[in-house]
Design a protein around this ligand. Structure first.
Ligand code: ADP
Length: 248
């Protein structure tokens, strides 16, 4: 065992002759929180697409598991999700006309159809699990409210809760703090920090104050490669990083 849960090694992706990812390597431990930053076009989204199987790299490996014995390259998205990789896109995608309870129950029962849950009578242990989850994401009081009535921040937490209900080993989160109030950003950072106590969490984020609040190691992407890695203070003092952010 070498301590990593995911090890992306020298992957490249070319779109119409343009190298969007260029021999990128990245690894994360099983209970690690990591922020990925980098200017637009740096390859952050494509990186997540590779890990989740949406985009197949032209070269390189994506090794996975406690012993890094599985190569995810070529595996389809559904199988990768079942292997324990969850992804949250920037916009919340909850079932707005269903309650918080029903949304969480659906995820807890690993059921993607809100209709199926309407016909399902939850057992006591399912109810308890969903109530615990609602409290964990700060929505205990809203549990009977329709998801569509929640604030933007609360919808984001609900979706994070729906992903946590599936208990992924790795959670990829794209710009969770975008559009949130300061108070919501603080709670989101706490939620992700707590989630990373029992799984790996990768957060792609532009908001540096939010990254500071996460207080974790930061990886800087640039032109499809890793430019720098370390604490936020370390990477923001790096001259290459300063030049990239100032567009030099
Ligand atoms: P980021 O998420 O860091 O903004 P992306 O991963 O979205 O960066 O994009 C990396 C580069 O790859 C960009 O130059 C983008 O225009 C290009 N790119 C991404 N997806 C495609 C695609 N499907 N076809 C062509 N070019 C793409």
């Amino acid at each position: 065992m070498n301590g990593s849960l995911l090890e992306v090694s020298a992957v490249s992706v070319t779109f119409d002759g343009f190298k969007a990812i260029n021999r990128l390597s990245f690894s994360i431990g099983p209970t690690e929180l990591r922020a990925i930053i980098g200017p637009n076009g740096a390859g952050k989204t494509t990186f997540m697409d590779i890990v989740t199987g949406k985009t197949r790299p032209d070269e390189g490996q994506v090794l996975w598991g406690e012993e890094l014995t599985r190569n995810l390259v070529g595996m389809d998205e559904a199988r990768i999700a079942r292997a324990g990789i969850g992804r949250k896109f920037q916009r919340p995608t909850v079932f707005e006309d269903q309650t918080v309870f029903a949304n969480l129950l659906m995820a807890h029962k690993n059921n993607r159809s809100p209709l199926a849950v309407l016909f399902y009578k939850p057992k006591r242990q399912d109810i308890a699990a969903v109530e615990t989850l609602a409290a964990r994401i700060g929505l205990a009081e809203q549990i009977r409210r329709k998801a569509g009535e929640l604030s933007h921040g609360q919808k984001q937490w609900l979706e994070i809760g729906m992903l946590l209900a599936q208990d992924p080993k790795l959670l990829l989160v794209d710009e969770p703090a975008a559009g949130m109030t300061l108070g919501e950003r603080e709670r989101t950072a706490d939620l992700l920090k707590e989630a990373a106590k029992t799984r790996a969490v990768v957060v792609v984020e532009h908001d540096m104050e939010f990254v500071r609040r996460l207080g974790c190691k930061v990886t800087v992407f640039h032109e499809g490669s890793m430019l720098a890695e370390g604490s936020l203070d370390h990477v923001t003092r790096n001259q290459d990083v300063i030049d990239v952010y100032l567009g030099r």
